[in-house]
Design a protein around this ligand. Structure first.
Ligand SMILES: Nc1ncnc2c1ncn2[C@@H]1O[C@H](COP(=O)(O)OP(=O)(O)O)[C@@H](O)[C@H]1O
Ligand SMILES: [Mg+2]
Length: 348
């Protein structure tokens, strides 16, 4: 109870003083090493490496460590994105964003130490539930909005909003993880990145784009939570892109009229109409009728009952809500050898 209260006070601060990112960070490079942790099971895998559940040998607490293979990052031309991921994670502090404690590296890999978020991916809960009732989808959407609003206020575009990157803590509040595509951007950028079903049309068309691509993705996320599938789903990314560019959305008959109105204004290629991209920014979304009963100040303080409490024993390293992944027979962590990529990752 005490820790929860303590956290709330801090959270309130984030909500009021949202003028700039904390200038000083407690996160430093090389503060940890592999010897500080016992590596346990894999929680998720990605294109550059995997995320492990680990236990600190000092305080016996559980953390998640994202391991990225240097050669894969270089091969897939993701050096800049990876350095951005570290830089963004180091700076952000928000109740609905993952907290990173530090980073280190060996000859072959980069390691990012984060809090372990025990309740699993929103993705798993959604697939198990097929779809969420209107109030449940609204709750998760509202927490996501506060997190994205915070990032945008600090000129960070997130660019990879989707249920796989939204985790649930032991109380059922969200934590957005995966800053692999997050970027500090003053105005517009043009890199093609993200996940096919969630991509805004302007990204597919290689046009310069701005923060409002995250509000498009929010629209896709809300649609997927309510319907159980994404609006432009198809069998190949190419077909999905074609549908996105045509931009016709079919709404199941059980969608309430308020959410259809909201989604029409998020999933639109007309940037002069897209909510979040207009003069009042995120406030236009927060004051939309679909969210009329949401008390935003209470929400940021986690002072609102969550719709679902993950059935896990908090603090014990329970990982029963994560899917299983085949483990690597031989981990190449901690090996001392030649490192041809050293100069790319001096920040870690
Ligand atoms: N801090 C964390 N706590 C628990 N699980 C996590 C954490 N970070 C990531 N994961 C799990 O690992 C998966 C992959 O991590 P992510 O950062 O999204 O990597 P990628 O860039 O490969 O998608 C996530 O979808 C999630 O299931
Ligand atoms: Mg991810």
């Amino acid at each position: 109870m005490f820790t929860q209260q303590q956290e709330n006070i801090q959270n309130n601060e984030y909500f009021i003083k949202k003028s700039s990112l904390p200038q000083k960070s407690t996160v430093s490079k090389g503060k940890y090493s592999l010897q500080d942790f016992q590596i346990m099971r894999t929680l998720g895998t990605g294109s550059f490496g995997r995320v492990h559940l680990v236990k600190s040998i000092h305080n016996n607490r559980f953390y998640a460590i994202k391991v990225l293979k240097k050669f894969k990052i270089v091969k897939m031309k993701q050096i800049e994105h990876t350095c951005d991921e570290r830089r963004m994670l180091k700076l952000v502090q928000h109740p609905f964003l993952i907290r990173m404690w530090g980073t280190f590296q060996d000859s072959r890999n980069l390691f990012l130490v984060m809090d372990y978020i025990e309740g699993g991916e929103l993705f798993s809960l959604l697939r198990k539930s097929h779809r969420f009732p209107n109030p449940v989808a609204k709750f998760y959407a509202a927490e996501v909005i506060l997190a994205i609003e915070y990032l945008h206020v600090h000129n960070i575009i997130y660019r990879d909003l989707k249920p796989e990157n939204i985790l649930l803590d032991k109380y059922g509040h969200i934590k957005i993880t995966d800053f692999g595509f997050a970027k500090e951007v003053e105005n517009v950028t043009s890199t093609l990145c993200g996940t096919p079903d969630y991509l805004a049309p302007e990204i597919i068309q290689s046009k310069p784009y701005n923060k409002s691509v995250d509000w498009w993705s929010l629209g896709i996320l809300i649609y997927e939570m309510l319907a159980g599938y994404t609006p432009f789903y198809d069998t190949t990314p190419m077909k999905t892109y074609e549908k996105i560019l045509i931009g016709r959305v079919n709404y199941p008959e059980f969608f309430v009229s308020e959410v259809i109105d909201l989604l029409n204004r998020l999933i639109t290629n007309d940037l002069s109409r897209r909510l979040g991209n207009l003069q009042n920014g995120a406030d236009d979304i927060k004051s939309h009728p679909w969210f009329h009963e949401v008390v935003w100040e209470k929400l940021v303080n986690k002072d609102i009952e969550t719709p679902y409490e993950p059935p896990i024993q908090g603090g014990t390293g329970d990982s029963s809500l994560f899917d299983f992944y085949p483990e690597e027979q031989q981990l190449d962590y901690g090996i001392q050898c030649e490192d041809p990529y050293e100069h790319f990752f001096v920040d870690f």
